[in-house]
Design a protein around this ligand. Structure first.
Ligand SMILES: NC(=O)c1ccc[n+]([C@@H]2O[C@H](COP(=O)([O-])OP(=O)(O)OC[C@H]3O[C@@H](n4cnc5c(N)ncnc54)[C@H](OP(=O)(O)O)[C@@H]3O)[C@@H](O)[C@H]2O)c1
Length: 273
């Protein structure tokens, strides 16, 4: 029987996940299909019931359900419990097992470049769901300190509390000051949605220099304004599509137990931009 997988969220129309995963299934000749399934906020329970009826084999979970999905899981791995959110679910005859591949997916491009995180200073711009997984990832890599910059201070403070619990030194800064001090950090990560489908930069890049690694998790366009300006200043850059692809590959491996065909998935993803 064909196994069906889905990404659930809202909005979901422009999700790149079906293209990436269907390319992987086709490349490996697997009898599997991956669909995008819109579940509006407040309708997760009903949406999951429908998916269970069609014996969905696995799910990716995206905005706005990553946190709420936790209460529908029968078991959750350590990363889910740490972050308090899931993005990957396996359905074994109605028993839902949750995983979180955002953490590993975020770190993969850093590791690929052999960049050392231990004892470094991080400027994290943004304090939403993705930022939480990024704090957990940097905590695991034992960075020295995370400075959180966010438009809404209260949300930054919540994230700072979480980082402190994980044993990290922290500081808050506003978005304007973040631009002044960015160059004093080893890693500068944009985890806001600023720059997504628009020509805007979340912070000023004036202090960014060749000692900085600038990681923009926004992936449309590939060359965001932050990436373009950071490259001009000589920084090492990491693109949002790299995290997107890495977390997808990890989900694929959890569902299928097979090594993800990374190059086939990459070709399809980059062809979509
Ligand atoms: N590459 C990947 O694999 C990957 C994975 C996950 C997410 N993402 C991308 O990362 C971004 C954030 O995702 P998320 O799930 O964390 O979303 P989220 O929970 O909604 O958080 C959004 C963040 O963006 C900030 N923000 C939004 N509009 C802003 C504006 N006009 N000016 C300044 N700050 C603004 C918010 O600040 P406030 O707190 O002040 O509202 C918050 O920090 C999205 O673009 C998403 O597509 C990429």
């Amino acid at each position: 029987m064909t196994k069906t997988y889905a990404v659930i969220g809202d909005p979901i129309d422009h999700s790149l996940s079906p293209a990436i995963h269907n390319a992987a299934f086709a490349f490996l000749g697997m009898d599997c299909a991956y669909i995008a399934y819109k579940i509006p906020k407040g309708e997760l329970k009903e949406g999951l019931e429908s998916l269970k009826k069609i014996q969905i084999a696995g799910l990716n979970v995206t905005i706005p359900h990553k946190v709420e999905m936790m209460q529908f899981l029968n078991s959750a791995d350590n990363d889910c419990n740490l972050i308090g959110a899931t993005n990957t679910v396996v359905n074994e005859n109605g028993f839902l097992k949750g995983y979180n591949t955002d953490l590993g997916g975020f770190l993969e491009p850093i590791k690929k470049r052999n960049l050392e995180c231990k004892d470094t200073k991080v400027l994290l711009v943004g304090a939403g769901g993705a930022a939480r997984a990024i704090v957990a990832a940097f905590a695991r890599e034992k960075v020295h300190k995370i400075t959180v910059a966010n438009r809404t201070k209260e949300r930054a403070q919540d994230l700072i509390k979480f980082a402190n619990k994980l044993g990290l030194e922290t500081e808050y800064t506003d978005l304007v000051s973040a631009g002044n001090v960015a160059g004093n950090h080893n890693f500068i990560v944009n985890a806001t949605s600023v720059g997504m489908r628009e020509n805007a930069c979340p912070i000023s890049t004036r202090s960014i220099n060749s000692n900085c690694v600038v990681y923009d998790i926004v992936y449309i366009p590939v060359n965001t304004e932050l990436i373009v300006q950071s490259k001009e200043r000589g920084a090492t850059v990491i693109y949002g599509w790299e995290m997107l692809l890495a977390q997808a590959a990890l989900s694929f491996e959890i569902w299928t137990g097979r090594k993800a065909p990374y190059d086939a998935m990459k070709l399809t993803l980059l062809g979509r931009f």
